[in-house]
Design a protein around this ligand. Structure first.
Ligand code: ZN
Length: 284
């Protein structure tokens, strides 16, 4: 991906090395957090809970300071790219895009959605409209998920920003409102729709970023598709349990994730996001 020398967003909040306070805000948000994306597929209720102390701390080797600085600049450039695209797309819809902030953390962090450790992977907290990313996740993407490449990382950031777009357009609230009205299985299905929609929006972002800035290098699209594939629920479940439990899906299968990202990339048409809620579930 061509990213050097382009605008870096001012909306990055670097909290690396600060750590959380251990005083979780309790209650509010674990429910919301469940739906708002944990790329890793780990049940966030395990991680986004009060207290701290018991949260697993990563044993990963930290990257060199230079590599971390480089990664931070990369994140700031991708965030700026999402701002440019979504400002324009919202303008076309006759709305105004509220740019989210992105918090870089290491180890653990306090969000309005609860206390999180880096084990959860990147997530979006709708309560404070912030994306949270631990840079060591990119290392996991490369080694644990075998999805290397900077555009794989950009896809993950764009997916989280997609959750912010959904919140502003009312999709997240639409799903949350169903929580107490539908069965857990049906709620998981709504969650899958929301996650696939975020993948679709990441594709829409890539389409417009490519059109306006020519950011893609050969192989970039494959990097993103590989990442979307690697973090599908079916594959993650097979790895962790050895079998697949479709009713427990919250993010969609590997092929669904790749398909919706690709559709977003090929069409660039944000209006198609309604499709994710209009189509029968077995046609996603
Ligand atoms: Zn997500």
């Amino acid at each position: 991906m061509e990213w050097q020398g382009r605008r870096e967003s001012d909306n990055v909040d670097d909290r690396r090395g600060i750590g959380g306070t251990g005083l979780a805000l309790g209650g509010c948000a674990t429910v919301l957090a469940v739906i708002v994306c944990l790329v890793f597929g780990i049940d966030p209720r395990v991680v986004l809970q009060g207290g701290g102390g018991s949260a697993p701390i990563s044993s990963r080797q930290p990257a060199s300071p230079q590599a971390q600085e480089q990664a931070k600049r990369f994140v700031a450039v991708v965030l700026a790219d999402t701002e440019d695209v979504w400002n324009e797309q919202f303008r076309k819809m006759g709305r105004q895009y509220q740019e989210p902030r992105l918090v870089l953390f290491s180890g653990r962090v306090q969000s309005a959605c609860g206390f999180a450790s880096d084990a959860v992977g990147p997530f979006y907290c709708p309560e404070d409209s912030q994306v949270y990313i631990d840079l060591s996740f990119f290392e996991d993407l490369k080694s644990r998920f075998r999805a290397p490449g900077d555009f794989a990382q950009a896809y993950v950031i764009a997916h989280e920003i997609g959750h912010h777009v959904q919140k502003q357009l009312g999709y997240s609230q639409r799903v949350h409102a169903q929580k107490s009205r539908v069965s857990p299985t049906e709620y998981n299905r709504l969650s899958v729709r929301l996650e696939l929609q975020a993948d679709f929006l990441a594709g829409v972002w890539a389409h417009h970023a490519q059109k306006t800035k020519n950011i893609l290098q050969p192989g970039d699209l494959d990097e993103a598709l590989r990442a979307a594939n690697a973090i599908g629920d079916d594959r993650l479940q097979r790895q962790s349990r050895g079998y697949v439990v479709p009713d427990a899906f919250t993010h969609g299968t590997s092929s669904q994730r790749a398909r919706w990202f690709r559709l977003g990339y090929e069409t660039g048409n944000a209006k198609l996001m309604e499709e994710l809620f209009a189509r029968p579930y077995n046609e996603l």
